[in-house]
Design a binder for this molecule. Structure first.
Ligand SMILES: [Zn+2]
Ligand SMILES: [Zn+2]
Length: 265
């Protein structure tokens, strides 16, 4: 409710950010549509389609789709961004529980800024941009029955009052005309941030953190998260859904971070 209320308060500002300008130059009667970039707040001419259309050209350029230099099964980044996509050591040892995996880009630049604003400021324009990215990634995957957002522990949700991942997933689900099912996967206890733990502790830290409902039985699900660092939470969440009977789980995240890149996020 809090988020909806803020959206209502922001509505006039958002409407005002899109203006039609007629400059008087020949051809301008076609109406050049200008928009305000949700990330840098610069005004630019809307001349682009696709998931990043709401961002200005400079911000778009700093949040490209990663097209090489990652593990195709989990998105683990390699140091060379131009290296061919090859499975990482972890995926060679332990097949991920999902059937397919998609992510947009690296947790840096304008993408990092948009994710920060969505999380800490509940910025509705940034949430809409990120939902557009999420929607586009989901369209690359086979048809699903529902979208499942990665849950926050109820205590953390109460403290923050807002789960940005759920909001992005809700907007993307609306575009895809899919139900959002935040009743299928629950976080049953809090875990310390993965990045603060040793590798061995990290691997055991998330056991039994997630519980899935038997209502997941027989469903094809898109499990979505805004950012993945180690990918361990996503694996544990997907495993819980499969144990509960989901017939297929695909995983989608907006940003993949290096292991030490998410400080403060
Ligand atoms: Zn911008
Ligand atoms: Zn991998």
């Amino acid at each position: 409710m809090n988020f909806l209320f803020r959206r209502m308060l922001n509505a006039p500002r958002l409407l005002g950010s899109r203006i039609k300008e007629f400059s008087g130059r020949p051809g301008s009667m076609l109406g050049l549509v200008e928009s305000r970039c949700p990330i840098c707040h610069g005004v630019f001419a809307l001349d682009h389609s696709g998931p990043l259309a709401a961002a200005c050209p400079a911000c778009r350029a700093s949040m490209p789709r990663r097209d090489a230099g990652y593990c195709p099964h989990c998105g683990e980044l390699t140091a060379d961004p131009h290296a061919p996509c090859t499975p990482c050591g972890r995926c060679l040892n332990e097949t991920p529980p999902w059937a397919d995996f998609r992510f947009h880009g690296v947790f840096e630049g304008a993408l990092r800024e948009a994710l920060h604003r969505a999380k800490f400021s509940e910025d509705s324009a940034c949430l809409a941009l990120l939902a557009s990215i999420l929607d586009s990634l989901c369209r690359e995957l086979p048809e699903a029955d529902a979208i499942v957002p990665m849950p926050l522990h109820p205590a953390r949700l109460r403290a923050r009052g807002f789960n940005q991942c759920r909001e992005m997933a809700r907007l993307a689900a609306h575009r895809r005309k899919l139900p959002i099912r935040d009743d299928l996967l629950l976080r049953t206890r809090s875990a310390p941030p993965q990045t603060s733990l040793s590798r061995r502790d990290r691997l055991t830290n998330l056991n039994h953190v997630f519980a899935a409902s038997p209502l997941a039985g027989g469903l094809r699900l898109l499990l979505v998260d805004d950012t993945a660092t180690t990918g361990t939470s996503l694996r544990k969440g997907a495993e819980a859904l499969i144990r509960a009977g989901a017939v297929r789980v695909d995983a989608v995240v907006i940003a993949r971070a290096g292991r030490h890149d998410t400080g403060g996020y």
